[in-house]
Ligand binder design. Structure first.
Ligand code: COA
Length: 201
């Protein structure tokens, strides 16, 4: 994708597009990455093996394979179902411009005006006071979401948005806190590339 990008505050008429970009991360990327991560875990493979073995032992390989397939389907769909509940609970994403105002930043193409990425932060940390046994700093902001449209990824948009949030936090003398799932390899790799260290919590 050619051309430059510019950042601005979200507007009311951007809300639908912004929510769609956010939803891709939650409902498409994360379940896929979660599945990729979990289907390689020894526990998952062991259960598959046990179910097939029980089928063999009971002289019903069909039942064994059916049970193993059900287990695979359950694991594959679990992240999707869990995330669907999470999405339904995020009423704030239906009123982005009212709730977040200048704290919801959009990155758009300078050439077309198309919104390609979004970042949103809060000037406090919502659910944590500590992380990995350590108290979070007093003045700490939370990067709430950072999402780039798949077709515009790896062009520096994530970095552009992150740097804007970092700049604002720095002006306020605040630290920045955020979490990402360990299975979200693109995100951990992105944050590491941008100078952050993974701290498991
Ligand atoms: C994580 C995310 C915001 C990165 O945005 P981006 O615009 O692609 O990031 P940038 O172009 O600024 O940085 C690219 C760098 O990040 C890392 N990276 C990004 N995607 C990657 C991937 N799929 N695999 C490995 N590394 C990746 C690499 O270091 C990459 O550098 P490279 O292209 O030279 O290898 C984007 O992948 C995304 O929106 N994901 C879905 C939502 C999400 O997971 N958000 C973060 C959770 S809080």
């Amino acid at each position: 994708m050619a051309g430059g990008f510019r950042l601005r505050t979200v507007r009311k008429d951007d809300e639908e597009v912004c929510k769609r970009i956010w939803l891709i991360g939650i409902m498409e990327d994360l379940p896929r990455l979660w599945w990729k991560h979990n289907s390689r875990q020894p526990g998952f493979l062991l259960v598959c093996f046990i179910l097939v073995f029980v089928g063999y032992y009971c002289e019903s390989m069909l039942l064994g394979f059916a049970a193993a397939l059900s287990w695979i389907y359950y694991i594959k769909m679990r992240a999707k179902w869990g995330n669907a509940f999470y999405v339904a609970s995020r009423k704030d994403m239906d009123a982005i411009s009212e709730i977040y105002r200048e704290r919801f930043i959009v990155a758009e193409s300078q050439a077309t005006g198309e919104i390609l990425g979004t970042a949103c932060y809060q000037t406090f940390v919502e659910n944590y006071t500590h992380w990995n046994g350590e108290k979070l700093p007093e003045n700490c902001w939370e990067l709430f979401s950072l999402s780039v449209k798949p077709a515009a990824r790896r062009l520096g948009l994530g970095k552009l948005l992150l740097e804007e949030v970092e700049k604002r936090a720095r002006i306020d003398g605040a630290d920045l806190f955020f979490t990402a799932s360990v299975c979200n390899h693109p995100a951990t790799s992105f944050y590491t590339r941008n100078g952050y260290k993974v701290v498991l919590g």
